[in-house]
Design a protein around this ligand. Structure first.
Ligand code: KG4
Ligand code: ZN
Length: 340
């Protein structure tokens, strides 16, 4: 039997646990057997953002019950687990320590090896959890709360950075603009929802670095422009909120789409993978799909519920890295997390 991998994600405000069966042969795709997720969104909502201390405590409460649920769903026993994988970083230090500590403790008790996984590689490979996974090579647009990167991906572990944000991430631009519009946390989905009723051309907002020759991004100026517009509107903001939300979303989406097209042109590749929380954005999907269809380029997304943080992507990375022979899981339970 091929290896059974337990994956634990606890880098921010979701506790995710999953079981993945690695492929028997190197070329056989791993399969997701079960996964469970607990989002802390409601808990942090009252504070307008993630409170690290509360996040850590909640991960502690959730991680073992979720592990039990996953084993039950998969019809597996704890003793059948061959490798325990966990998110090593980046993320909140205290939150990461919970997942790492539990993973190492479980592995030690089971006398099995552990494997630390890079959270962004999790997002990057999450489309491989879908029924119609991409083929290498591809251009990856990684858009999360903390990162905005374009990458050339030639295989598991073969990643080349093409460009990245020089200041705020795309998710951060969504979140900060949402805050300025008086929307709660998490801002991205709330802003996207409000934007559905707005006119994306209502406000002229900057598209930073749109015409720069490189593949870098800059979103810090956008939030300043949104603030300026909001101040100018004053009491009239309430009435124009949907328009300002739609215009903000449009500015972010346009830059992401244009730069992705530029990355395709530069690399000559014909496939795109979009990953990370912002990949759930409907407008981004619409515009990127349309632009890529016109160029005969195929776009892959993770399944919607696997766009944001989850344990399945962590177990998947472990399976793919082990299968590719890139990794030796260690039976050494001293662990380290890498918040940055
Ligand atoms: O990948 P992720 O779950 O966590 C990180 O690793 O950062 O991404 C979270 C980010 C947040 O900034 C959130 O506002 C954004 O993804 N996000 C969205 C949408 N859903 C999540 N942004 C725009 N539209 C959405 N539908
Ligand atoms: Zn993430």
């Amino acid at each position: 039997m091929s290896q059974l991998i337990l994956g634990i994600e606890s880098s921010c405000d979701e506790t995710g646990v999953a079981l993945v069966r690695a492929g028997a042969a190197q070329t056989e795709a791993p399969t997701l057997l079960a996964h469970a997720l607990h989002s802390q969104v409601e808990m942090h909502q009252a504070y307008g953002g993630v409170v690290p201390e509360l996040a850590s405590r909640d991960h502690i409460r959730r991680v073992l019950p979720l592990t039990e649920a996953v084993l039950r769903d998969a019809g597996a026993q704890l003793s059948e687990i061959d490798v325990v994988a966990y998110t090593q970083g980046p993320g909140l230090a205290g939150a990461l320590l919970v997942g790492a500590g539990v993973a190492c403790a479980l592995a030690a008790a089971l006398d099995r090896p552990v494997l630390g996984v890079h959270h962004l590689e999790g997002h990057l490979l999450s489309p491989f959890l879908s029924a119609d996974p991409p083929q290498f090579p591809f251009v990856a647009l990684l858009v999360s709360g903390g990162h905005t990167q374009l990458m050339r991906v030639d295989g598991v572990g073969r990643y080349g950075l093409l460009g990245e944000t020089i200041d705020d991430a795309a998710g951060e631009a969504f979140d900060k603009s949402a805050k300025l519009l008086g929307l709660g946390y998490p801002g991205g989905p709330a802003l996207a929802r409000l934007a559905e009723d707005g006119d994306p051309a209502a406000f002229k907002l900057p598209r930073p670095l749109l015409h720069s020759r490189d593949l870098d991004f800059s979103f810090a100026g956008l939030k300043t422009a949104v603030l300026t517009q909001a101040n100018r509107l004053g009491a009239g903001l309430q009435e124009r909120r949907a328009d300002l939300a739609a215009s903000t979303q449009e500015a972010i989406v346009e830059v992401l789409v244009r730069k992705t097209l530029a990355a395709l042109a530069q690399t000559g590749l014909e496939r795109v993978v979009v990953a990370g929380g912002v990949g759930a954005n409907r407008r981004l999907r619409e515009r990127l799909d349309a632009a890529c269809r016109a160029r005969g380029v195929r776009v892959h997304y993770p399944e919607l519920h696997l766009c944001t943080d989850n344990g399945a992507m962590i177990a998947m990375v472990a399976a793919m890295r082990l299968q590719a022979g890139l990794e030796q899981a260690r039976a050494d339970y001293r662990f380290e997390v890498r918040p940055r």
